[in-house]
Design a protein around this ligand. Sequence first.
Ligand code: B12
Length: 209
Amino acid sequence: MIDTNIYNSYFESLIQGKRNDCRLIVEGLIHDHHSVEGIYSDLFQPSLYQVGEYWERNLISVATEHMATAITESLMILMQPGIFATERVGKKAVIASVAGEYHQVGAKMVADIFEMNGWDGFFLGGNTPEKELIRFIDQNKPDVIGLSLTIFFNYPVLISGIQRIRHYFDDIPLIVGGQAFKWGGRTDTLGQFKETYYLDSIGELNRFF
Ligand code: B12
């Protein structure tokens, strides 16, 4: 776990746009052997959730929220030595946020965790058009496909994406995750699709390694 004082100091620096202070805190945690997964789950994720709450309560502007997200994405690069140090295992995962879904940080974390465990973690970013996703899967033949969904009203797009994937690729395991499932997205309907599972955190990815 990350010390509360460190978390608070990071969060304050984040919303004030003090990038270098954020960087020093993250480097300190890496130096103290905090894992990539720990920094993602206990620092980056909760601080962005808190940014969302502050934005919702009008305590910070949209501009500040964008800045905090950009800082977080830039700090994820500091994790690279830990992520790419692992011996390759010859497996591939394709991870994307569905069409219309612009939230991409969580999906990138998922791809990084695959990389960290020796897989090629192909990260396609936010708002990935269905047709392009299918083409990419066809070209790369992954062992796992991951789809991320944050905004609940994009749920039909997710379902249509899964249907299309299953039409072309019958049995590549498919994992889905993201906050939409905390806000009304139903995980039981996923059971109608073969080898399709909801995972609620990056910790649950361990079943693949
Ligand atoms: C940054 C941000 C944005 C940025 C995203 C930019 C980017 N580069 O990603 C931008 C500005 C684009 C944006 C836009 C919008 N946003 Co926004 N955004 C956020 C914010 C502040 C942070 C998102 C984030 O990165 N979280 C951190 C990541 C790490 O968490 P995560 O996504 O949950 O991922 C973790 C798990 O869920 C899981 N996971 C995620 N995906 C997957 C996939 C798989 C396969 C697996 C296994 C696991 C997994 O693993 C991750 C790590 O543990 C959130 C606040 C929040 N609560 O998250 C609001 C928030 C999500 N946004 C919100 C809203 C309303 C919007 C807009 C509708 C605003 C608007 N009116 O335009 C638009 C919608 C755009 C769209 N169509 O997608 C609301 C959603 C409320 C709701 N109930 O739906 C939130 C909660 C803010 C709030 N408090 O109201 N947003």
